[in-house]
Design a protein around this ligand. Structure first.
Ligand code: ASP
Ligand code: MG
Length: 421
């Protein structure tokens, strides 16, 4: 928190969106779980030990008695509130309130700390402006109006602190934007106030050009287009959730991924700018199943693909990759919950083959098809790897290979060696 305060205090006006302290949300979920299981002692013990932890943090954080006492009072209230849930009935509504307390705690602690440091800061409650609609999608217009009210109610402030993750739903009940949702909050808020930039502070130095868990010599990517970032997020880059940058993308606001452990590192800037004909990164998506349907009836027939796709649709199974030939089609899926039923139905249309334990390797960049040599560079890197499917041309930003999971590491390393090193 002390380091975060230094980052905040750089002389620029800003809204700071805070998540909970590390481990807190998990502990709150554990508390809710005890209450669901009608074990108030388990819940109480967990609450007490979490409270102890917070008291220790507060002891270290503040240097004046005034702010220490003030914050301890607040913490006492908060934990009494948590304890009050061990007495009444427990449902989903109470659970939502409990899991959101981590953000309530962290924002108050940081606001108080910044005030102790003499900064001109206001805490604006997310529950007053962050809201989802009846489809559980963020209600951008509402958010934008209400946050402006909050800012106007607190004029002449340099820094505004608010909670990430928590919101209200269309019925006004406390809800949240799913695990890890603070980044989404920040992106929504940035779009709502038309910020000049959105920064997401994590503990690595931006998005890397390959997966450092499998490949040596990866490096951070300095610039990404929103579409490229979304492809990478979808294909496994853990640092960013794919939906989280959508609001920033539509508002045209650049998103910077920065590192709290190394604040001067340049990180990754995601924007609407393309770096002409540049291959940026490689990512992999695991647990993929490939399904191939061949039928001589497909030859010159219309409606065949529709019938095949309808089967996947009726089992709510989305398709990642598709390749077609005159007599067959291969698709890949990652959700295999309804695979047996899907296969049963597909067999009415042709001969069906399944390959399990596959993975998609995705190469991302500005892959305008006029860019001579791009596909051959990617396929050349894959020359010693058995490839089940290749997909190119679906967007201008990726080429994907479906391979056996056993070959993943080898493929990623070979792509890095050929394309980047
Ligand atoms: N505290 C929430 C969570 O742990 C939100 C976040 O971290 O972004 O999921
Ligand atoms: Mg988090």
């Amino acid at each position: 928190m002390k380091d975060v305060a230094k980052l905040i205090n750089d002389g620029e006006k800003k809204i700071v969106v805070l998540s909970a302290m590390s481990g807190t949300t998990n502990t709150l979920i554990e508390i809710a779980d005890y209450l669901y299981k009608k074990n108030p002692e388990g819940a109480n013990e967990t609450i007490n030990s979490l409270e102890k932890k917070y008291r220790r943090h507060i002891d270290e954080l503040y240097s004046t008695k005034e702010w220490k006492d003030k914050t301890l009072d607040f913490i006492k209230q908060e934990f009494d509130y948590l304890r009050s849930f061990t007495k009444g009935i427990f449902t989903m509504f109470e659970e939502k309130i409990i899991v959101g307390q981590g953000e309530i705690l962290s924002t108050s602690m940081v606001t108080n700390y910044l005030q102790e440091q003499g900064l001109n800061v206001a805490l604006i409650p997310a529950l007053e402006f962050m809201r989802t609609d009846k489809n559980a999608e963020p209600d951008l217009q509402y958010i934008s109006e209400k946050i402006k009210n909050q800012l106007e109610d607190n004029p002449d402030k340099e820094i505004y602190i608010t909670q990430g993750f928590i919101c209200r739903n269309a019925y006004g009940e406390v809800d949240n934007l799913q695990r890890g949702g603070s980044d989404y909050s920040a992106s929504l808020i940035g779009a709502a106030v038309n910020a000049s930039e959105i920064q997401i502070w994590t503990d690595i130095d931006g998005m890397h050009n390959n997966d450092p868990r499998y490949v040596d010599n990866t490096s951070p990517i300095s610039n990404l287009h929103f579409e490229e970032a979304a492809e990478l997020a979808y294909f496994g880059a853990k640092i960013l959730h794919p939906t989280c940058i959508q609001p920033a993308k539509y508002a045209g606001i650049p998103v910077k991924l920065l590192n709290t452990m190394d604040p001067t590192a340049p990180g990754t800037v995601i924007s609407n700018e393309t770096e002409y004909r540049k291959i940026k990164a490689v990512a992999a998506k695991d647990n993929i199943t490939a399904i191939n349907i061949t039928s001589s009836r497909m030859l010159l027939a219309y409606g065949f693909l529709r019938k095949v796709f309808e089967i996947f649709e009726s089992y709510k199974t989305s398709i990642d990759m598709i390749c077609t030939s005159e007599v067959g089609v291969s698709v890949s899926i990652d959700n295999t919950t309804n695979l047996p039923q899907i296969l049963n139905e597909l067999k009415k249309f042709g001969t069906v083959k399944v390959d399990k334990d596959m993975c998609i390797i995705c190469v991302v960049g500005d892959l305008d098809w006029q860019n001579v040599g791009f596909e051959s560079a990617a396929t050349d890197a894959m020359k010693n790897i058995p490839v089940r499917m290749i997909s190119y041309g679906g967007s201008e930003h990726n080429i994907s290979f479906l391979i056996s999971a056993a070959d993943k590491k080898r493929a990623l390393q070979s792509l890095s060696n050929t394309l980047f090193n």
